[in-house]
Design a binder for this molecule. Structure first.
Ligand code: TRP
Length: 449
């Protein structure tokens, strides 16, 4: 049985696919975005809802994306066109391509910060004056116009380079060694961070919910967006990756391992950041700079900690790269097919446009910081539109498509669940629970409920 399209690239092995999907999921979202959003959203209540979002909405939609991609063997737009020709579901595909542009545009800005810190640690770490500390250093760095743009550009060059050589060669191998190394390092640093004196406060902050915040719709909204962002969900990155799979692979196991590892990563990252946040007296709601202010303090307090700084920012940049690659691949796969361009030409062209698109986000933290859109700077606005609005809407359409737009028997067969209890439960979640939950979270966040 060969349901593959001639000439399409494919993963070399089942492990290769799982690693690539994990590489996409694990990135800045787990360390940078998770910790600052958790900090801003009050900690434990947010974490609880976040985990519920992963389990009840994230994993089922992740399965839906894998299933669609493998069955359709095409990019986000092409997949819907193949499975449901002439139907409006393809809207999710276009939304996905748009999200890829927006997310990668600001993602590259933050990945650029990580590259900058890595290079700083090549010569001992960022040098600070006593007054401003690492917060001052970070603030000065991101508000200087040119430096962050240079590193953002460098990150885009690396990302384009990997997509340029192709899915299998470029993506599959890149993270086999580096991701486990990052996991070990984050674990070790979490252990160390707990000895700094802020452990008790951090554990309380992360695991003792303030139940009253469960009535705050914004906490749900933030948790849903973070779940989609962290799992690389809702814009077809995993449809695209699933499309490079053959029929032999079993999907449910892959979906659960990707989500499990991703969530574990985030929690351990929280255990690394928050004890230090409290030990150093940093405000948990300091915003997007949180890890860049906190971590150098940790490295400083270790004798010879510069080497940890070097390793950490190297591995964080690598993790960002494998995520960035999955974002770029969504757009590249679509434009390649649509216009019959070569992979190389498409990667360079799209990569350049995304770099340009990211410039306002970077400048929005410095010389353009007066530009505010509904109280958000440009960077936050891009993140908000993509992560909190486009991704959940994309996920909603994907859930509805598999639940309602596809014959149930087909969907069950394509997913490897078959007509089992779990399979039927999955369909029920996609039909009712996930769409309704997303809808309610949306309505309540705009104050309608
Ligand atoms: N999940 C990645 C992270 O946590 C970011 C990412 C990669 C992403 N591909 C995506 C987010 C697709 C949303 C959609 O860093």
């Amino acid at each position: 049985m060969n349901d593959l399209k001639e000439g399409r690239e494919q993963w070399g092995s089942r492990l290769g696919f799982i690693l690539a999907a994990m590489g996409s999921a694990v990135g800045l979202g787990n360390i940078w975005r998770f910790s600052y959003v958790t900090g801003e959203s009050g900690g434990a209540a947010f974490l609880l809802i976040y985990i519920l979002c992963i389990l009840a909405i994230g994993i089922p939609i992740l399965m839906a994306e894998f299933t669609i991609g493998r069955r359709a063997q095409s990019d986000v737009v092409g997949s819907f066109e193949t499975l449901a020709p002439g139907k409006p579901w393809v809207l999710a595909g276009f939304l996905g391509v748009a999200s890829a542009f927006i997310i990668l545009s600001f993602y590259a800005v933050v990945a650029g910060w990580s590259l900058h810190y890595f290079v700083q640690y090549l010569s001992g770490g960022p040098s600070i004056d006593a007054e401003g500390g690492y917060g001052g250093y970070f603030g000065e760095f991101i508000s200087s116009p040119l430096q962050p743009l240079f590193w953002q550009f460098a990150f885009m060059v690396l990302t384009v380079g990997i997509v340029f050589v192709g899915v299998k060669k470029g993506i599959e191998k890149s993270n086999k060694i580096l991701m486990p190394l990052l996991a070990v390092l984050v674990l070790v640093l979490a252990g160390y961070s707990m000895t700094l004196g802020g452990a008790q406060e951090a554990i309380a902050f992360l695991f003792t919910p303030d139940w009253s915040s469960l009535t705050d719709p914004n906490v749900y909204f933030a948790a849903l967006g973070q779940a989609f962002f962290s799992l690389s969900l809702g814009m077809g990155a995993l449809i695209t990756y699933g499309s490079y799979l053959s029929k032999k692979d079993k999907l449910p196991g892959a979906a659960v391992s990707v989500a499990g590892l991703d969530t574990l990563f985030a929690i351990v990252a929280g255990l690394m950041i928050f004890p230090a946040v409290f030990a150093f007296g940093i405000e948990p709601d300091s915003g997007p700079g949180l890890v860049f202010i906190t971590l150098p303090g940790i490295f400083d307090s270790i004798t010879g900690g510069g080497i940890f700084g070097l390793a950490f920012f190297f591995l964080l940049s690598a993790a960002a790269l494998s995520s960035g690659v999955s974002l770029l691949e969504v757009a590249v796969a679509y434009f390649m097919r649509k216009f019959q361009w070569s992979r190389q030409k498409t990667a360079i062209f799209i990569g350049f446009i995304i770099f340009i698109l990211g410039i306002p986000s970077s400048l929005g933290l410095g010389i353009l910081s007066d530009v505010q859109i509904f109280g958000r700077d440009i960077f936050d606005t891009m993140d908000f539109i993509a992560s909190n609005i486009f991704l959940p809407i994309g996920g909603l359409i994907i859930a509805l498509f598999v639940g309602w737009g596809w014959k149930k028997a087909d969907a069950l067969d394509a997913s490897d669940f078959g007509d089992t209890l779990i399979g039927n439960g999955w369909i029920l979640i996609l039909r009712f629970f996930a769409p309704v939950a997303i809808f309610i979270i949306f309505l309540s966040s705009i104050g309608v409920l």
